[in-house]
Design a protein around this ligand. Structure first.
Ligand SMILES: [Zn+2]
Length: 188
C-alpha cells in the first residue's frame, strides 16, 4: 500500500515537471512598452537646508515624466545622483545619468542670496542630470531657462518639451543618448 502510494507521487511529480518545461518556454516576453521606468537613486544627505526643495524638485520630475523615477538612496548605498549644498553658484553634471552612472548636483547658496527660488533651483539642476541643457534666456514656463527668467519666477515644473525630451532619454525604445558629463554652472 505504502509503496504504491510513493510510486504514484513520483509519477505525479514527473508529470508536473514535464508539463512545466514547454509552458515556461512558451511564455511571451514582456512587451517593451511594459518595461519599468529607469530608477535613479539620489543622495541629498550633504545638502542640509535644501530638504524641502529637493523633495519638491524630485516630485516635479516623478509626477511629470514616466520613463525615469528618482528614489532616495538607502543610507550609505551608492547613488547615481549626489546632491550637495555649496556657498557658490548652483551647478550640475549634464547627463543623461544612467543606472550605475554618476552625476552631481550642487545647490549653491549664491543663487538663493540673489533671490532665486530654491525648489526651482533644485528641479533645474536635477534636470541637467536628466540630460537637459540650459535654455537661457527663456521664459519662466521653461524650467531650464533658470535664472534668466528672473527672481520672481518660481516655476519648478518642466514644460511639455522638457518633459518629452527626458522621456526620450529614458524610454525603452529610445536610442540611448551618451552621457555628456560636462559641468554646467548656473551663475547669473
Ligand atoms: Zn542650468
Amino acid at each position: 500500500m505504502l509503496r504504491k502510494f510513493r510510486i504514484g507521487v513520483l509519477a505525479g511529480v514527473a508529470t508536473v515537471a514535464l508539463a512545466s518545461g514547454p509552458t515556461a518556454l512558451a511564455a511571451p516576453a514582456p512587451a517593451p512598452e511594459a518595461a519599468a521606468p529607469t530608477t535613479l537613486h539620489y543622495d541629498a544627505s550633504q545638502a542640509p537646508g535644501w530638504e524641502d526643495a529637493v523633495a519638491a524638485g524630485v516630485e516635479q520630475w516623478n509626477s511629470n515624466v514616466d520613463n525615469v523615477e528618482l528614489v532616495p538612496a538607502e543610507s550609505g548605498a551608492d547613488a547615481e545622483i549626489t546632491i550637495v549644498a555649496t556657498d557658490g553658484w548652483p551647478q550640475a553634471t549634464l547627463g543623461p545619468v544612467q543606472p550605475g552612472g554618476s552625476g552631481t548636483v550642487e545647490l549653491g547658496e549664491e543663487a538663493v542670496t540673489e533671490g532665486h527660488d530654491k525648489t526651482r533651483i533644485a528641479a533645474h539642476e536635477i534636470g541637467h542630470n536628466l540630460g537637459l541643457p540650459d535654455t537661457k534666456p527663456g521664459p519662466c514656463t521653461q524650467l531650464m531657462s533658470g535664472a534668466s527668467a528672473g527672481t520672481d519666477c518660481k516655476n519648478a515644473t518642466p514644460d511639455e518639451a522638457e518633459q518629452s525630451e527626458v522621456e526620450g532619454y529614458y524610454g525603452s525604445a529610445a536610442a540611448r543618448t551618451p552621457f555628456d558629463g560636462r559641468v554646467l554652472v548656473d551663475a547669473s
